[in-house]
Design a protein around this ligand. Structure first.
Ligand SMILES: [Zn+2]
Length: 245
């Protein structure tokens, strides 16, 4: 039988964890199986995989879809210097319902990749890997002609996936010819709610880690890895960063 943790006990745990995590500014709380069961409706398969160490995450994010951390991330050695923007969907296997978060999480786990945040179509922000751990989203690439960042961006970036489908060109290698025009138009591109949540999340990250909010530091996966097509042609950078930045 599971013991309930009284509210006072949770407060003590939260305060202790805030002290323990001063090197990573921001909202921190320990996620234990017992606490997670009380504060989030976790997918059953996630419960045995929850992290036991304190985690750092955006205060407005839900931890309901955390990935099994021991297998899909490792402890961060350096403070984040960049934010990388992506899109993701399950459109290859489910064209009618490409954004189910459980399916997206399962896809990440199956493919051995991970992200810190996933922003749903309604703007909900899900934390999948805490910020104080490295997530595997950037892969192979180069940035700022600095060898330090060659194929190592996971170590230096916070990854944000937007639940979205790009342009027909962006999706060419994922969909057979003719399939794109059959997709529900509501599934294409990015929603206003996503732009709003993304701007709030990126602003918060930039303040906490002192990351400049410009195109050198807030980067697309397609800018780092030329063979990638996300966030792609439909993403409006001017809605995230001012034209001068
Ligand atoms: Zn990507």
């Amino acid at each position: 039988m599971r013991t309930k943790i009284p509210a006072f006990g949770m407060l003590v745990i939260l305060l202790l964890s805030l002290c323990a995590c001063r090197q990573f500014p921001g909202v921190t709380q320990p996620i234990t199986k017992e606490i997670a069961l009380q504060i989030a409706e976790l997918p059953a398969e996630a419960i045995s995989d929850l992290p036991t160490a304190p985690v750092t995450m955006y205060k407005n994010a839900s931890e309901a879809y955390l990935c099994p951390l021991e297998d899909y991330s490792w402890e961060r050695k350096y403070d984040p210097e960049f934010v990388m923007v992506h899109f993701t969907s399950a459109v290859v296997t489910n064209r009618e319902d490409p954004y189910d978060p459980s399916a997206l999480r399962a896809l990440f786990v199956e493919n051995g990749v991970s992200t810190h945040y996933l922003i749903r179509r309604d703007g909900t922000v899900l934390c999948m890997v805490p910020e104080n751990r490295v997530a595997w989203h950037a892969g192979v690439g180069e940035w700022l002609e600095d060898e330090k960042y060659t194929n190592t961006m996971n170590e230096y970036a916070i990854g944000i996936e937007l639940a979205a489908i790009g342009s027909e060109t962006d999706m060419e290698k994922y969909l057979p010819a003719g399939a794109y025009s059959q997709l529900d138009a509501a599934h294409l591109g990015f929603t206003d709610a996503q732009y709003e949540s993304l701007a709030a999340l990126v602003t918060d990250l930039c303040e906490r880690y002192r990351i400049p909010m410009d195109r050198e530091h807030i980067i697309g996966h397609d800018a780092y890895s030329p063979e990638k097509h996300d966030p792609g042609e439909l993403f409006d950078w001017n809605r995230l960063l001012t034209a001068e930045s």
